[in-house]
Design a protein around this ligand. Structure first.
Ligand code: ZN
Length: 151
């Protein structure tokens, strides 16, 4: 029953978007860019993370550029960014008046659970949205992708 309710909500959101009645953030991304990101995210067995940016045209975020920065630590369990590198990355985005439109990261592991955002991911997304830098999304995975193997 919960799944049917969720699917109906999703359908209603799409209808509102199609009718131009939604203030929900909208994004465009190419399958080629997604494939490139997937390859980088799954290069090794350690978690990988990068932000995504791009132009915004008529309220639609074009997800077409990876924004990478040095990491302090990358393990199977998580990734920690280098604060100085992250600060430089934010300054560079500001110079070009770009926003972080989303972030992609990997979940090393197998099974369906490896493909869903974790509690840590959802809390991180809420912090980014609260800061106002990343577009708000009713479903935290709108511009957030987690990838793991579904095998
Ligand atoms: Zn995650």
């Amino acid at each position: 029953m919960h799944r049917i309710h969720r699917e109906l909500q999703h359908l209603a959101e799409w209808l509102a978007i199609l009718e131009g009645k939604s203030s929900r953030p909208r994004f465009v991304v190419s399958s080629m860019f997604l494939e490139q990101c997937f390859r980088q995210l799954t290069t090794d067995e350690r978690e990988q993370f990068f932000f995504i940016t791009g132009a915004e045209v008529d309220g639609v975020g074009v997800l077409d550029q990876k924004v990478e920065f040095a990491h302090e630590r990358r393990t199977v369990m998580g990734v920690t960014g280098n604060q100085s590198a992250a600060h430089r990355m934010l300054i560079r985005l500001e110079q070009f008046r770009h926003r972080r439109l989303g972030h992609f990261h990997s979940h090393p592991g197998k099974g369906a659970d490896a493909t869903h955002p974790s509690g840590t991911d959802e809390a991180f997304q809420r912090r980014l949205e609260t800061a106002g830098d990343i577009p708000r999304s009713p479903r935290s995975s709108a511009a957030t992708a987690s990838c793991g193997s579904s095998v």
